[in-house]
Design a protein around this ligand. Structure first.
Ligand code: SF4
Length: 226
């Protein structure tokens, strides 16, 4: 299997954008456009909370926060919110610790469990990295949701790993070609933080002339009321 050089690594967390909309990922990671919206701001604050604090040990569990991770095979790098190393005789040795351990990632999310599998894909990518880094087999990870204040145990199947592999392969290809996928407006566009940059409505409902006329009218309105 091909191995990537470090300078060609892409961000692991980008899989959330790519699985949500390939164009959104390309706008962020190829065109480097980024717009905050209320969801991204709350999400960042929530993650900052998970990342604060030191590493600690509780009984047979070592807790590591903000652990940098990567995979040469998939050409990705990122960070785990939390990794719990559970003592397990089938695990691996950890520098400076007695016994053997298996790492389990815990990804923090601000909202509630989703109907799509985007969070699960991100968690699977973290498992792929940890397996490669620690040469071990990780059967599951956890998603912790801020709304429910509960963690959910997620089994990481071979099918999930294959899907994640395929998505990262596509992302590398797209990045190499520098192509931005065309707009395909869907219901998701309403919650997209890049809707102002992408202009999904422009593609199907309005000609450029009508769009400019509308913008000019809006500007005139704001000049009157401000
Ligand atoms: S506005 Fe719609 S098409 Fe454009 S990037 Fe966002 S989700 Fe994708």
């Amino acid at each position: 299997m091909k191995e990537y050089n470090q300078e060609d690594y892409i961000m692991l967390s980008g899989i959330q954008h790519y699985a949500f909309c390939t164009r959104q990922w390309a706008l962020i990671h190829i065109e480097t456009a980024w717009k905050e919206n209320v969801h991204t701001v709350i999400g960042n604050l929530f993650h900052d909370k998970a990342h604060s604090g030191m590493n600690e040990k509780r009984r047979e569990i070592i807790i590591s926060r903000s652990l940098p991770i990567n995979s040469r095979k998939h050409g990705i790098s990122g960070e785990c919110d939390i990794v719990e190393f559970h003592k397990d005789e089938n695990g691996v040795n950890i520098n400076g610790r007695s016994g053997k351990y298996i790492p389990y990632p815990i990804e923090y999310k601000k909202g509630s469990p989703k109907t799509d599998n985007i969070d699960i894909l991100q968690l699977t990518a973290q498992v792929i990295c940890l397996e490669e880094m620690f040469c071990c087999n990780i059967k599951y990870g956890y998603l912790f949701y801020g709304k429910t204040k509960r963690r959910e145990k997620i089994m990481i199947t071979l099918e999930l790993k294959e899907e994640v592999s395929k998505l990262f392969f596509e992302m590398h290809n797209l990045l190499e070609k520098g192509n931005i996928p065309k707009i395909k407006p869907t219901k998701k566009c309403r919650q997209c933080s890049l809707a102002d940059v992408c202009l999904p409505t422009l593609s199907e409902k309005m000609s450029v002339k009508n769009y400019i006329d509308k913008k000019l009218k809006e500007d005139e309105y704001y000049e009157k009321v401000v």
